[in-house]
Design a protein around this ligand. Structure first.
Ligand code: COA
Length: 296
């Protein structure tokens, strides 16, 4: 398996396969907890992937037994407790920069492939991914209350947005763990599948996303994430503006082709499948490659 070191460094790794960039939390001996170094390397990685033609979809996953065991209690918390206020604010900003901004509004579609432990601070990048698929036996926990802090790093907001009041407060206040099936039933992840099906299912989902117009897909997810906090009139105006902007930026070739195929040629039903761009064959034509045989 693998990839070059730049720009991801040691704490993050990337494997390219079938136009997917599998981005790994790469500290398996530390259950992939997030140190200041990892936060910086993850930002650099995601930033680079926005312009990398080998990446049409980002899949965020973890090496070893964990997706991520949250913030690094040693390097992120204890070792910085006696640093200056400015230093502490800087490392918070670096965590937020990738977890809450770069990942949340990434240029490419993002899928969390949840393979194991997910604790505390890891809920923020989890909910920043556009979609999430968990292994049935993945283990989640808002463990902050177990070691004496409230869920910060916007974890409280992340779960308020995805799990609903009763579920979020239950797990915030008890610190109990739950599995992938429960996460799916609460809407924290889209679905949960047996561990041996996880990568297959994520690849299928990625392929579905690759069949869409990438400019429109990016605008669609960005619009969703922003309109939730707007009033109806502002939202309506914003959505039309983004619709016009994405038509302009994409050239609307996909849209025009789809309308012709449906209205004139009667070859395609948009209610039932994705329009296949002429001569491009969507994503479907790409050959399958095992993750281990990464393309450079
Ligand atoms: N911060 C710092 N170090 C962590 C860590 C974290 N969040 N999670 C795991 N590690 C380290 C452990 O200290 C240990 O380091 P060591 O080998 O130097 O002793 C190593 O990772 C392996 O963890 P260990 O606890 O031995 O593995 P385990 O399989 O017995 O338990 C967990 C796994 C995830 C249940 C356990 O490590 C844990 O509770 N982690 C903390 C989770 C948490 O509360 N995160 C919220 C942070 S906001």
């Amino acid at each position: 398996m693998t990839s070059s070191t730049a720009p991801w460094g040691n704490t993050v790794d990337v494997v390219f396969s079938d136009d997917i960039a599998f981005v790994y939390f790469n500290r398996p001996d530390k259950k992939n907890c997030m140190s200041p170094t990892l936060n910086r390397e993850m930002y650099a990685t995601l930033h680079a992937l926005e312009l990398d033609p080998r990446c049409k979809v980002v899949v965020l996953t973890g090496r070893g037994a964990a997706w991520s065991a949250g913030m690094d209690l040693k390097e992120y918390f204890r070792e910085t407790d006696n640093e200056s206020d400015a230093f502490k604010m800087r490392i918070r900003e670096e965590a937020a920069a990738w977890q809450q901004i770069k990942l949340r509004f990434h240029a490419k579609p993002t899928i969390a492939m949840v393979n194991g432990w997910v604790f505390g601070g890891a809920f923020t990048p989890l909910t920043s991914c556009d979609l999430a698929v968990a292994s049935d036996d993945a283990k989640f926990g808002l463990s902050e209350i177990n070691w004496g802090i409230i869920p910060g790093g916007n974890v409280t907001k992340a779960v308020a947005d995805t799990m609903g009041q009763r579920n979020a407060l239950y797990y915030i206040m008890t610190g109990e763990t739950f599995d992938g099936k429960k996460a799916a039933s609460m809407g924290l992840v889209n679905e949960s599948v047996p561990a041996d099906q996880l990568e297959k299912r994520v690849r299928e989902l990625a392929k579905t996303l690759m069949g869409k117009d990438p400019v429109v897909l990016r605008a669609a997810k960005e619009v969703f994430k922003r309109v939730r906090f707007m009033d109806w009139e502002t939202s309506n105006d914003y959505i039309y503006s983004k619709t016009d902007a994405s038509n302009l930026r994409s050239g609307a070739e996909f849209r025009q082709g789809a309308m012709t195929a449906f209205l004139d040629e009667k070859k395609f039903k948009p209610g039932l499948s994705t329009y296949q761009r002429k001569g491009k064959g969507g994503a479907a034509k790409k050959a399958k490659t095992a993750v281990g045989k990464s393309k450079k």
